[in-house]
Design a protein. Structure first.
Length: 404
């Protein structure tokens, strides 16, 4: 098949969505002809890992204050004329059998429904189908009760600012109507994304297919212990050092442990939510490359993922499990599809530092429990590898192509 993947971000930009699309394309390229379209400051075409990568320049490149952040040019919630024109040219030139978009870049694809017979698939990596802020957190403080005009406008106003917030809500509502008319299938990366996006009542056929990790991550056995740490003698957190990720809860829980507690290594991008004063034993490191993070996971006593928002499908959980270490987590969002309490990890209620501290103490006091959960975690991670997940995505493509 000729497969066209659309993604607003792609390596060398680093993040979950872009890594997923890169790994998906690389795996598909073993058996199919794959072209990736992504955003950039300049247009161009390159070949990478067996894929043709075509870069197009969105209008947001000239208006980064609207939907931009550093090196990231976000797709808007409604069609971008420049992107739609470029996609039309790409579709004519590539003649794909199937088009697979990821998140809001789909909004510049849906107006082209009448120009191509190729089935259109959308993967939702977040809650952008129904939520203008994409996070399904009302005012950034609590899980949303569900979209409503009043809630959405107030929340988007708080997130984006007045005019941009209102335009984003209105644009996403219009975009959802176009998506309903144009798309042939939606893939949700977790049960939480499908549920909160109300896909069962949305009128578009859908299924839940999770993010995945490369098969070779299961072979992460040896480890290079980070400087200042000892093998099995530190706790590990990997991710943005933000409120939503539960960093404040984790620091509170860690401070409740005994004075001889092992170090807590926190690797991630600093945010204003990280306190200036940290409990004794906390070591903060700037983001590392993926190989170094996997080595750090393999050397940790256990990993902690204390999210307080419905994290759609955090790959960091699967990476820790693949390294054979148990995860202490909250089971928010897509994590509930991955970690089973007492079987391959420990699940605690969100925003409860006492419960998190108790779970951490449980594992610290019982090395045999850590080893048992770690073995089961690696076994569990095997069902989230590319070898298991990508064939399910290919099956979606085949079904839609054969049904044309």
């Amino acid at each position: 098949m000729k497969i066209l993947l659309l993604a607003q971000f792609f390596p060398p930009i680093v993040g979950g969505e872009e890594r997923h699309v890169h790994n998906l394309g690389r795996r598909l390229a073993d058996r199919h002809e794959v072209t990736v379209v992504t955003f950039g400051d300049k247009t161009g075409t390159a070949t990478r890992d067996g894929m043709r990568v075509r870069t197009i320049r969105p209008i947001t490149a000239s208006l980064p204050f609207l939907y931009g952040e550093g090196d990231r040019l976000y797709a808007p919630p409604l069609p971008d004329p420049a992107v739609a024109r470029a996609l039309r040219r790409v579709i004519v030139e590539e003649r794909p059998d199937v088009i697979h978009a990821h998140n809001w870049i789909v909004n510049s694809l849906t107006p082209l429904r009448l120009t191509t017979r190729a089935p259109m698939v959308l993967t939702l990596h977040d809650y952008s189908h129904v939520c203008a802020t994409k996070r399904f957190m009302y005012l950034g403080q609590q899980v949303c009760a569900g979209p409503s005009p009043r809630r959405c406008v107030r929340c988007a106003h708080d997130h984006y600012g007045g005019p941009v917030g209102l335009a984003t809500v209105a644009g996403n509502q219009g975009g959802r109507a176009l998506r309903r008319l144009a798309l042939n299938r939606i893939i949700a990366v977790s049960s939480a994304v499908a549920r909160h996006s109300d896909l069962a009542a949305g009128g578009i056929p859908f299924e839940v297919i999770p993010n995945f990790i490369p098969d070779e991550l299961l072979e992460t056995r040896s480890h290079t212990v980070p400087g200042g740490m000892t093998a099995g003698g530190y706790l590990l957190y990997v991710g943005d050092l933000s409120r939503d990720k539960g960093v404040g809860i984790l620091l509170d829980a860690y401070a409740r442990l005994a004075a001889d507690r092992p170090p807590l290594l926190m690797v991630g991008r600093r945010t204003p939510h990280l306190p200036d004063r940290l409990p004794a034993g906390v070591v903060v490191a700037e983001p590392w490359d993926h190989e170094k993070i996997m080595q750090a996971f393999a050397g940790a006593a256990f990993a902690v993922v204390p999210s307080i928002w419905p994290d759609p499908c955090p790959t960091v959980v699967l990476e820790a499990m693949a390294a054979g270490v148990p995860v202490v987590t909250t089971g928010m969002g897509g994590i509930a599809d991955m970690v089973r309490d007492g079987e391959d990890g420990v699940v605690v209620p969100p925003s409860e530092p006492a419960a998190l501290a108790a779970a951490m103490n449980l594992l610290l006091a019982d090395p045999s429990l850590r080893q048992r959960l770690g073995r089961r975690a690696r076994d569990r991670a095997a069902s989230f590898t590319a070898g298991e997940v990508v064939p399910r995505i290919e099956a979606v493509y085949r079904d839609l192509v054969h049904a044309r």
